[in-house]
Design a protein around this ligand. Structure first.
Ligand code: FES
Length: 147
């Protein structure tokens, strides 16, 4: 049994979907609808990293239904909420039509998007280094407290 009746993942952290539409706006609108309906304990809307379907975004997946959507725009948020999340009727016109697996096709993006992807990788490295630095400081402080 799932923790949530519906658990929605929107590719907001992937390098491409944010160039296909307003993924943050979509996230915000769905969260708003969930909150207004008093469903925060039942329906969870999460940011996600790349869902390996780049080039078809913005991509969204709804669990436990395992229903995948593609090309979801902010104007689709209300229909997605009302039809699928409230009434268990997946929005047929937004369904991702490709077979399971890696369906990446990033050939249509301009070089600037590839450049953005490299920036994201550098930021990930900085984040990881900062996390390691802080963890080491916490461990050192803990060791000092025990001595
Ligand atoms: S960037 Fe969104 S699926 Fe890869």
């Amino acid at each position: 049994m799932s923790q949530f009746r519906k658990h929605v993942f929107i590719c907001t952290y992937g390098p491409y979907c944010g160039f296909d539409g307003d993924t943050e706006g979509l996230l915000k609108r769905l969260k708003q609808r969930v909150a207004e309906a008093g469903l925060r304990d039942e329906v969870r809307i999460n940011r996600a990293g790349c869902l390996n379907q780049c080039g078809h975004g913005p991509n969204v997946v709804v669990y436990p239904d395992d229903v995948w959507y593609c090309g979801v725009q902010i104007d689709d948020a209300d229909e997605l909420f009302e039809e699928h999340l409230l009434h268990d009727r997946p929005v047929q016109r937004l369904l991702f039509p490709l077979p399971p697996g890696n369906n990446k096709d990033t050939s249509g993006y301009p070089p600037e998007v590839t450049e953005y992807k490299q920036i994201e990788k550098r930021l990930d490295s900085v984040r990881a280094a900062e996390r390691a630095r802080i963890q080491a400081a916490i461990q050192a402080a803990g060791a000092a407290d025990q001595s």
